[in-house]
Design a protein around this ligand. Structure first.
Ligand code: M6R
Length: 364
């Protein structure tokens, strides 16, 4: 059942190239994105003054990526909320709002309740769901399925990756309908999107490097993940994955925020994982790395293949392939999942069923 792997999580991590390909390929026909069964029209799309994204846990982290990506590509303002918070702040919602709901199971109680509230207030709803026929899929105005296949491990991996893939499909689709993309830009995004599965595969083939880093650090007491912009969203996901299955305390910070408080926690030997995959933020990230190094931190850096200068300031580096800025999260997440997995495995944790957690959270 586990396909020769020790845990479902390992199997599901390794299935990601296929899962992402299965999610993208059927939606691209003759160089165009075709979202079958979507009833949302271009005219309706043009009326939205705002997009709200609601989700929980890792799906919320996908929402954070989606906020950056959708705002950049469609210029529609986007707000992201944890579903359990959304309803209690009287969100300003009407029929000029699109509510994007993200959920692997399609049954998460808070997410479902948030979606029902959004509908009650008149919003149009679009969901990204993995389980066909689940409550969220059934009740939303439109649904785009992630074709990840069944995900068994409590810690999500392939569902997260396929949710990201759908976000990219949707962002390109919407940006095009809104007239925000030239034909060349549209084609270039599609090319990058279709190249993601092979790049994910390449990172997976390099997993021994991550396994080695995990063997050096599985005894860490605290781990800090830092990054800016999309890498901040990835820091949140990397940190959640690690604490969820390895029980190591970890937190994620926007790198620029460190000096507003958190850096007081950094001392000799503190492990910091610094994500610096974005060229335009690279120098700023290097300054932050120097700040924590000066306080004794051990720094594992992640960047793209061209940025070898990072080796001068970090203790170890993991390189990922290049892609366009908005799609880097699809690659950044893979080493973060592998790191959490190997650390938890070296600690002998119950990886597929971590303590106190359920795969689908059906209570509010
Ligand atoms: O089924 P959902 O996507 O709605 O679940 C949301 C969260 O419960 C889920 O992503 C959780 O955070 C994962 N265990 C994280 O790995």
């Amino acid at each position: 059942e586990k396909g020769g792997y020790e845990h479902f999580m390992a199997k599901e991590i390794m299935e990601q190239p296929k899962a992402v390909r299965d999610t993208i390929s059927p939606r691209i026909k003759d160089g165009r994105i075709v979202l079958d069964n979507i009833t949302l029209t271009a005219d309706q799309l043009k009326t939205f003054r705002k997009i709200f994204i609601v989700a929980c846990g890792s799906a919320y982290h996908v929402g954070m990526v989606a906020k950056y990506v959708l705002e950049k590509m469609t210029r529609i303002p986007v707000e992201v909320d944890v579903a359990s918070e959304f309803r209690y702040r009287e969100p300003i919602i009407d029929e000029k709002v699109l509510v994007l709901v993200i959920s692997q199971s399609g049954e998460t109680a808070d997410t479902l309740a948030a979606m029902r509230e959004a509908k009650r207030l008149g919003a149009r709803t679009l969901s990204i769901v993995n389980v066909v026929g689940s409550s969220i899929a059934n009740e939303s105005d439109d649904v785009i399925y992630t074709w990840a296949g069944p995900e068994i491990a409590v810690a999500t991996t392939k569902a997260y990756s396929t949710q990201l893939a759908v976000v990219y499909l949707l962002a390109i689709y919407m940006a095009d309908l809104l007239g925000c993309l030239t034909a060349e830009e549209y084609a270039a995004y599609l090319t990058e999107l279709q190249a993601l599965p092979d790049k994910i595969e390449k990172i997976l083939q390099n997993r021994e490097n991550i396994q080695y880093l995990a063997s050096q650090h599985f005894n860490a007491k605290d781990v800090f993940f830092i990054g800016r912009n999309l890498d901040y969203a990835m820091s949140l996901e990397g940190s959640l994955k690690l604490k969820e299955i390895s029980y190591i305390h970890s937190d994620a910070y926007a790198a620029g925020e460190l000096k507003h408080g958190t850096i007081s926690l950094v001392e000799d030997g503190t492990l910091v994982i610094a994500l610096a995959t974005h060229q335009n933020l690279f120098d700023k990230m290097m300054s932050n790395v120097k700040e924590v190094k000066a306080r004794g931190a051990v720094v594992l850096g992640m960047t793209t293949e061209n940025n070898t200068q990072i080796e001068q300031v970090t203790d170890h580096v993991f390189y990922i392939p290049q892609t366009c800025d908005v799609m880097l999260p699809s690659l950044t997440v893979i080493p973060l999942q592998l790191f959490a997995y190997y650390v938890a495995s070296m600690k002998g944790c119950d990886i597929d069923k971590p303590r106190n957690l359920a795969k689908s959270v059906t209570v509010e």
